[in-house]
Design a protein around this ligand. Structure first.
Ligand code: CS2
Ligand code: MN
Length: 390
């Protein structure tokens, strides 16, 4: 019987969570990236080796790169796409030369994950990230001032947004803007002007165009991946809805069906993120899992609770709308037919206990993820049975 690989995301030497913290949380594998490198740069072998060495000196193994970001020129297939694809291929070769072969990426236009609040207070005083359509409508209509915002939300959301907007002061509006435009820690946040510009560019591209650009990208890197044993894992859209007029192409069963078939090769794999996919009312996670299971090379386990409008917050790992027991059981079963165990990480965690008094990367505080990892490993062991306790 194989056990899943318990991993932990680390943002590099700048991360306030140390490698010792990670070991105390019980993870032996680390998910990291050269976040200080600009999107599109070639990652030099020496820098990859240096990062690997820091981990190995602590007895930790770098199991997945998350992410090698796909440059906007590739997503939009602009004239510079070929240049950035060449760079991407070189980064993949360099990673493979260092023995790091599982790569996570996403194909979300301009923004990575989007939330409207980072400190939603839960009943027990812990804080969670959340997404609310009314706040997104306020951002879209009154901050971004996008003309088509009024056609992008149902009438009830628009009128609630209008009412709430009039109660917000300048600080509240600035906070909302900062949260929506926030990038990955240690990477650049996006500016309002850049976002507005990108929205006009993606309007012309549309869903079909973006899908075509993803296929072109994967076709272009296919040989390098296959020759070097690289497994690409695409992360779903988060939230799994089109927002701000931007197309989304990795959010539901049909999207997975399309991509499985469009590039029917083992290198074209998936990062199964339960928190992202689980936020869509219509998604049945087990059906999606069943469809793509042979090509899941990485899993993000996280829970959410949503309401009828599709607003959601990040819930305790084992207590939300994602049926974590069923997902874990499916993952454990799939892991048994693998030569190489599947790595998972507790995707996000709450800000709780001592972390409430610290500045932490949103979603990436130590204690909340430690709790998540502990619960998830217990769940796995419960499914495997007592023989596998050590
Ligand atoms: C992550 C994503 O924090 C998160 O939610 O799952 O930011 C993920 O790293 C990227 O989308 C993958 O490219
Ligand atoms: Mn995720």
């Amino acid at each position: 019987m194989n056990k899943l690989i318990q991993s932990w995301r680390w943002y590099g030497p700048q991360d306030s969570v140390t490698l010792q913290d990670i070991k105390q949380a019980g993870a032996k594998d680390v998910v990291t990236a050269l976040h200080h490198r600009a999107h599109g740069d070639i990652w030099p072998i020496e820098e990859i080796q240096a990062r690997k060495k820091i981990l190995e000196e602590e007895g930790l193994n770098w199991c997945v790169v998350e992410s090698v970001p796909v440059h906007e020129a590739i997503k939009t297939n602009s004239t510079e796409a070929a240049h950035y694809i060449d760079n991407y291929k070189q980064t993949l070769r360099n990673l493979a030369a260092c023995g790091i072969k599982t790569v996570c990426y996403n194909f979300m236009p301009v923004l990575d994950w989007t939330r409207t609040q980072l400190d939603l207070e839960l009943e027990n005083g812990a804080k969670a990230l959340s997404f609310n359509w009314i706040d997104l409508a306020i951002f879209d209509r009154y901050i971004l001032q996008r003309e088509e915002a009024v056609n992008s939300f149902p009438e009830n959301i628009l009128s609630l947004a209008e009412a709430r907007y009039h109660t917000m002061d300048a600080t509240a509006l600035e906070d909302l803007q900062r949260v929506v435009l926030m990038g990955i820690p240690n990477e650049k946040d996006i500016s309002l002007a850049d976002l507005a510009h990108s929205i006009t560019v993606y309007k012309k591209i549309g869903e079909d165009g973006l899908r075509k650009n993803l296929v072109l990208f994967l076709q272009a890197i296919a040989d390098v991946c296959t020759e070097n044993g690289i497994l690409m894992t695409i992360h779903p859209d988060d939230p799994p809805y089109p927002i701000l007029g931007l197309p989304r192409i990795m959010r539901c069963y049909a999207d997975y069906e399309f991509l499985m078939q469009a590039i029917n090769s083992p290198f074209n794999g998936f990062c199964f993120c339960t928190g992202s996919l689980g936020a869509a009312i219509e998604n049945n996670l087990l059906n999606i899992f069943e469809l793509i299971k042979s090509r899941i090379y990485f899993a993000h386990l996280r829970n959410i609770k949503k309401d009828a409008l599709g607003n959601f917050y990040e819930a305790d790992h084992l207590n939300g709308d994602v049926a974590m027991y069923e997902i874990m059981a499916a993952l454990v079963a799939e892991n048994q037919v693998r030569k190489v165990a599947i790595p998972f990480r507790p995707d996000h965690g709450h800000q709780l206990l001592d972390d409430l008094h610290k500045t932490t990367n949103p979603g990436y505080s130590a204690i909340g993820r430690l709790r998540g990892l502990a619960e998830l490993r217990g769940l796995e062991l419960g499914i495997l049975g007592s023989k596998y306790a050590n």
